[in-house]
Design a binder for this molecule. Structure first.
Ligand code: F6P
Length: 545
């Protein structure tokens, strides 16, 4: 069954939210904190994760109205439909089952009259065996050496999830060193090959379709490079593939034992839990990979079974809708206070923006309200020294997610309190700001004269009242990372349901791809056809020696 079609802006709760917004839009959070229970009331503690959403410009009524909106948009049934394998990705006639690939062995999920769990467990076992055998050295290279380096060749969902998790869990690394080749920019692949020894490097081509220009070009470049030093026969020992396209894999010459299948009901950007995560498993070992899945599975259960007001992904999604559709915020920042999570914002950019960047609703009509947010961010404290100026004193309202960990990973890390004091200081500063009086008091203690103080005053004031969510996690582990990623996946789902859009297709990336392949032909033949004036003149410049 497909998702119900509800225009959110026509629901009574949306209309009530509109009038409620007029009443509360200027409320100061610090005033709302006169209610001493606010922090407790607006915190969800779940396992090793706590979400404090009290530093937001909303009150109990706002939350109740948002929760009503979720109910009126049929969220409960939609969640059931997704987990049950209903074909909710209607434009591609597919189920959406990234949750199934991390499900436990005793579950039953039926797609096209067949329980898919046994085949999922089988493919999980294959990932485990391959991982264990490469790490132990049982699987060897063409010249009988143990593999030392693993290169993931993929782009988009076949790159961003794996590279983000590998980077995030670097602390838990196996003896293998991971590399990622994604861009069709030949300099990217050549730069990476420069460091590698063909005799000890394993390549994994990850492409759901196995037709993606970037991935296939890089795979062919690498194939030539490998053949040049080890001969044609080496391909069978040095390449593995993850794809749904068995025919193309065979044509490429990959050993059928090193082929890992994928299913069409897992979208690229949600696929790191599947065999797309092979490079993750090799990088952190099969036990840690299983723990990553376990963390996601726990978050799935929380999402599926918790009431909406205690449901972390639901609350995050509703808060984000509040800012996006009522405050008209265009962007949202994600600031992890862990250098390990430096790739999380880039990963979320694809997950969020490819999913919810849609201007047509589930009726095929143009939406009359805003949908997908622009996601951006970087790690704290680095971002404090880069773009925080604008968040504190700029003209745009930018809701931020702050993600921090109670414990560092290295026992000898003596700087964690410094990192975390910045983490807490920023959300406090963003909310409290600094008023005229306080700035004046401070400046009066300096050696400046009255005129100098009066001049400086407005520049040193902070309006405050800037919203943040604080996601505090016990420790960065494969399991907690799994939960964190699944939390954002479910947030995306909830927003897509409420905005009445299809979150699991990505037609918007096709036009550019089609044009690029036409242009490539024209460039290669040096025969540019008629384009718009600007493109014509640029092509002329490019083709001129
Ligand atoms: O261009 C977008 C996209 O289709 C993504 O959705 C996907 O993750 C990426 O390309 C890579 O696709 P594939 O895994 O088929 O190579």
């Amino acid at each position: 069954m497909s998702l119900k079609n509800t225009n959110p802006s026509q629901t009574s709760s949306w209309k009530s939210l509109n009038s409620h917004f007029e009443k509360v839009k200027d409320l100061e959070m610090k005033e709302m904190f006169k209610n001493e229970n606010r922090a407790d009331d607006f915190t969800i503690n779940w396992g090793d994760i706590s979400l404090d959403f009290s530093k937001n410009r909303l009150n109990k009524t706002t939350l109740d109205l948002l929760l009503n909106l979720a109910t009126q948009c049929d969220l409960k049934n939609s969640i059931e439909k997704q987990f049950n394998g209903d074909k909710i990705n209607k434009t591609e006639n597919r189920a959406v089952l990234h949750t199934a690939i991390r499900a436990s062995a005793d579950e039953n999920i039926i797609v096209d009259n067949k329980n898919i769990i046994p085949s999922i467990i089988k493919s999980r076992q294959k990932i485990k065996t391959f991982t264990d055998d490469v790490i132990s050295g049982k699987i060897k290279s063409h010249t009988n050496k143990i593999f030392k380096d693993v290169v993931n060749i993929g782009i988009g969902g076949s790159d961003l999830g794996p590279v983000m998790v590998v980077e995030s869990l670097k602390y838990y690394r196996s003896r293998l060193k991971s590399h990622f080749v994604s861009n069709v920019d030949g300099d990217h692949v050549l730069e990476i090959l420069k460091e590698l020894n063909p005799e000890t490097t394993l390549f994994i081509v990850v492409s759901k379709t196995f037709t993606t220009q970037e991935t296939i070009s890089n795979a062919n470049t690498i194939k030539d490079w490998l053949e040049a030093s080890l001969g044609e026969k080496s391909i069978k020992s040095h390449f593995a593939a993850v794809s749904t396209n068995t025919k193309e894999i065979e044509d490429f010459g990959i050993n059928s034992e090193y082929v890992f299948s994928m299913n069409d009901w897992v979208g690229g950007r949600f696929s790191l839990w599947s065999s797309v995560g092979l490079s993750i498993s090799l990088s952190i070992g099969s036990k840690n990979f299983e723990n990553l899945l376990e963390g996601a599975r726990k978050m799935d259960r929380h999402f599926k079974s918790s009431s909406f007001e205690k449901n972390i992904p639901v609350i995050l999604a509703l808060i984000s809708i509040w800012y996006n559709n009522f405050f008209k915020c265009e962007t949202e920042a994600v600031i992890p206070y862990s250098q390990y999570l430096s790739k999380l914002p880039a990963y979320l950019q694809q997950a969020v923006m490819e999913s919810n960047g849609k201007n047509v609703d589930r009726n095929g009509e143009n939406v009359s309200y805003q949908t997908g947010n622009v996601i951006w961010g970087n790690t704290g404290t680095n971002s404090q020294h880069a773009f925080f100026q604008l968040i504190h004193q700029g003209t745009k309202l930018i809701p931020c997610d702050f993600i921090g960990f109670k414990k560092p990973l290295f026992e000898q890390n003596t700087q964690h309190d410094k990192l975390m004091s910045n983490f807490f200081a920023q959300t406090e500063a963003l909310m409290m700001g600094k008023n005229h009086k306080d700035v004046e008091l401070e400046l009066n203690k300096s050696t400046l004269n009255k005129d100098e103080i009066n001049f400086l005053l407005p520049f040193k004031e902070f309006n405050g009242n800037k919203p943040t969510n604080t996601i505090l996690i016990k420790k960065l582990t494969p399991e907690s990372l799994g939960s964190l990623i699944a939390m954002y996946e479910h947030k995306i789902f909830v927003q897509g349901v409420i905005w009445n859009i299809f979150s699991y297709d990505q037609w918007g990336v096709e036009l550019g791809k089609q044009l690029a392949s036409k242009l490539l032909e024209e460039i290669e033949k040096k025969e540019p056809k008629t384009h718009d004036y600007s493109t014509n003149s640029l092509l002329k410049k490019y083709l001129k020696n």
